[in-house]
Design a protein around this ligand. Structure first.
Ligand code: NAI
Length: 319
């Protein structure tokens, strides 16, 4: 347990690593021996503009500390290019942190098509394109770690962030399926919902909050989830200010309202609302099989009861 988590020989791509959380991840990985691709488009927080300075500064900082890093200035919308930078400079790709992000906060009816589209393109589509470009390489080498980045706004919703919430929870959906598809090839996919002071959050946080919520308090989770000794996959975590927690789905015990040979209607749902929504007894379905399996089993039990009733009626008065 005392051995440090090293990444010697590993190649890490951190998207949006020129500022904030991504920068903290890149520095942490580099200090632990990884070769790091520091990707950053270098635009502003709403996704306009571009430049090489943000990425260059982080590369310089890593190199000045004796670490290995190279810059990439492409938007994550060109995912192939980012992975190419890793392959051309370091010969492989082992770990991806899909961190790049922007905001276009507006109350719902004020969201213009462009505000919707650019948020989906950068967060959800960018995450898809970068991950897909790396996937065949990870599969071939039988090793890969992908960190997805979501947000409390995605998990719980947040006023004025409909576009961002949709993209961020879409990323969780992507992670859910990639964790299933990647498992047999030792490609593990986990999602973090961070909270940290950064240029994205400094407009909504007080100075004290920004100073207290250091990106360096989030990085340890990303580092551990990326290490080859970590066997976690498909997990969703909340992290910030030194707090670490895992989330999962919870389902009420539920109630079967279909009865053999009886009508099932909306009134029945209304009259049983308290039972349907009663969280005093719960289950924790972990997969669609587990979730649907129980429903299908109940269904066949009711079918069997219905058939038995029909059979009983038939033998009572034969036609
Ligand atoms: P930040 O603005 O400090 O850093 C994001 C970086 O991504 C910037 O350097 C930006 O230039 C880069 N970027 C933006 N669009 C890009 C693109 N198309 N291609 C490549 N790079 C691009 O923001 P912060 O706070 O560090 O956020 C990092 C991630 O964490 C984002 O995905 C954000 O949604 C997420 N997040 C942050 C929270 C927080 O409390 N800071 C809360 C929840 C989620």
């Amino acid at each position: 347990a005392s051995s440090p988590l090293r990444f010697d020989g590993k190649v890490v791509l951190v998207t949006g690593a020129g500022n904030g959380l991504g920068k903290a991840y890149a520095l942490d990985f580099a200090a632990r021996g990884a070769s790091v691709v520091v990707n950053d488009l270098g635009g502003n927080i709403s996704g306009t503009g571009s430049g090489s300075r943000a990425a260059d500064k982080v590369v310089e900082e890593i190199q000045s500390k004796g670490g290995k890093a190279v810059a990439n200035y492409d938007s994550v919308e060109f995912g192939e290019n980012l992975v190419k930078t890793a392959l051309e400079n370091f010969g492989r790709i082992d770990i991806i942190v899909n961190n790049a992000g922007i905001l276009r906060d507006r109350s719902f009816v004020r969201i213009k098509d462009e505000d919707w589209d650019i948020i989906q393109r950068v967060h959800l589509r960018g995450t898809f394109l970068v991950s897909r470009a790396a996937w065949p390489h990870m599969k071939k080498q039988g090793y890969g770690r992908i960190i997805m980045v979501t947000s409390a706004a995605g998990i719980y919703g947040n006023f004025g962030q409909a576009n961002y919430s949709a993209a961020k929870l879409g990323i969780v959906g992507l992670a859910n399926t990639l964790s299933i598809e990647g498992r047999k090839n030792n490609i593990f996919v986990n999602t973090v919902a961070p909270i940290a002071g950064s240029r994205l959050t400094e407009t909504v946080m007080t100075k004290e909050m920004v100073d207290a919520l250091k990106p360096e308090y989030v990085s340890p989770l990303v580092i551990y989830l990326s290490h080859d000794t970590c066997k976690e996959t498909g997990g969703l975590f909340e992290v910030g200010a030194g707090y670490f927690a895992k989330l999962r789905w919870q389902r009420t015990e539920g109630v079967i309202l279909r009865e053999p040979n009886k009508i099932l209607d909306a009134e029945k749902v209304r009259d049983n609302w308290n039972k349907i929504t009663d969280f005093n007894k719960v289950t924790y379905p972990r997969s669609s099989q587990e979730s649907m399996g129980m429903i299908m089993q109940l269904n066949s039990e009711i079918d069997a009861a219905e058939n038995a009733a029909v059979e009983a009626a038939r033998t009572k008065d034969p036609v």
